[in-house]
Ligand binder design. Structure first.
Ligand SMILES: Nc1nc2c(c(=O)[nH]1)N[C@H]1C(S)=C(S)[C@@H](COP(=O)(O)O)O[C@H]1N2
Ligand SMILES: [Mo]
Length: 202
């Protein structure tokens, strides 16, 4: 009987080469991790605001953000607690689209991502521009469940997943870096999984 080897049989040229150091493939599982209680946030109450060092601070409602040109991420995600998940499809809008409307000022060098629950996480501007970050509301063709950040979350898939704020409420553009929630509690300010930047000092 013929055996289909799939990615698993291909060694470093397949799935293994997509696994950053110290990570394992969670397969079909998608763990749920957050510090606060899962909010029940109706789409009519959800908003997304870009403020701080922008020319035009802007707030979008659910309908307004859906009216913008959509964008998709297809690829992998990596959590600092060592699970990675391959081949996910997220739909939403590129952060580039939102920042272009708000108009970045020259001294905007960092962002603080905020959640409707009060969660925060900081990022250098380079990590949320040039096609690196999205506000997403669908995963694998279905609405994002509340436990995974629905109605909408930030997605910054090239960094550890704590940067992908669930129930995202906005981005504040800043000149100086400031630590967010986990960064104040010992996690790395950047969090590149390929460099294993898990904790401050890594
Ligand atoms: N609002 C909020 N967003 C959050 C977190 C959180 O505690 N609160 N945890 C982060 C961490 S540490 C991870 S690993 C991912 C987990 O996302 P998931 O539950 O969809 O897998 O959400 C990130 N975003
Ligand atoms: Mo995490």
């Amino acid at each position: 009987m013929p055996i289909t080897r799939g990615f698993a049989g291909r060694g470093r040229s397949g799935r293994d080469s997509r696994l950053p150091p110290g990570q394992f493939d969670a397969g079909e599982d998608w763990p749920v991790l957050h510090v606060e209680a899962t909010p029940s946030l109706a789409t009519k109450d959800w908003t997304f605001t870009v403020d701080g060092l922008v020319d035009t601070p802007t707030t979008w409602t659910w309908d307004e953000i859906h009216a913008l040109p959509g964008d998709r991420y297809e690829g992998d995600i990596h959590c600092v607690t060592t699970w990675s998940k391959f081949g996910m499809t997220f739909d939403g809008v590129s952060v580039d689209t939102l920042l272009e409307i708000a108009g970045l000022q020259d001294d905007a060098a960092y962002v603080m991502a905020r959640s409707h629950t009060g969660y925060t996480t900081n990022l250098p501007i380079e990590d949320v521009t040039d096609g690196h970050a999205w506000v997403v509301w669908d995963v694998d063709g279905a609405p994002l469940e509340a436990v995974h950040g629905g109605p909408a979350r930030l997605l910054v898939p090239h960094l550890y997943f704590w940067k992908s704020a669930k129930w995202v409420s906005g981005l504040t553009l800043m000149a100086e870096d400031e630590p967010g929630f986990w960064e104040q509690n010992g996690y790395h300010d950047r969090g590149d999984p390929w460099r294993e930047q898990r904790y401050q000092g890594d």
